[in-house]
Design a protein around this ligand. Sequence first.
Ligand code: AMP
Length: 271
Amino acid sequence: MLAASRRWRGEGLDIGLVPTMGALHAGHLSLIEHARRENRIVVVSVFVNPIQFGAGEDFARYPRDPDRDADLLRRAGVDAVYQPSVAVMYPPGSSTRVHVGGVGDPLEGAARPGHFEGVATVVSKLFAAVEPDRAYFGQKDAQQVAVVKRLALDLDVPVEIRVGPTVREPDGLALSSRNAYLSAEERVAAACLSSALALAASAYANGERSPEKLRKALCRRLEAEPLARVEYAEVVDPETFRPPGSLAVLAVRIGATRLIDNHDLSKEFPG
Ligand code: AMP
């Protein structure tokens, strides 16, 4: 991968990297499109990163569909797919972990201990393997974006972090590879995340600024959904991920499936 990247760079071509865990959907494809508009070369990595899953999480059953992914990536016209094995990423003896303190600690960091270390470690390795000019991440994983921006700054990685908007289903549900876990009934219930965000955004538009009241607006809608169990619902600063701020962030279980979503309440909710 690095040899190919350096050859392209030597030819004066700029390189955009889109990291994914595969099971590709329209959210991934919109990041790839974004990367194609801004770079001569687009590299997509496909790697289900074992170290960002906690014990008891869904690593083993995470959706994998390499043939379909390959087909979508071919049709999207990407220049290279980097698909290392776990043994190549983490050979025996590999023991270094990248910890992004501060922004990586609350919310997702607290709910999933070790998750952001796994993300920061694999993203560091992807940056080293591809040496991209720009790397593309989805706003869907807002705290991950903040962690990756902090990492690139703190480790002096010469990459520009670019963020793409969340792609949603017609009823507002954010696309996610994990939506495949939902039963038909759960799929209907899962719309409560986006409708809670939309309700909080309209409260904000009507002048509500109290973090506690905005939080309650989110929870009221989520708790009205019998299949939903709220893990967290907060309104935070988009850089520190601590209150106060205007970014509403949610983690909600629908049955056994854990879903996350977020929205900047100072903006109108799409749709
Ligand atoms: P994943 O394969 O879930 O690790 O996601 C790979 C990249 O796609 C991450 O930067 C995600 O934030 C982004 N992504 C996931 N879902 C969406 C979505 N619905 N809209 C836009 N980007 C997304």
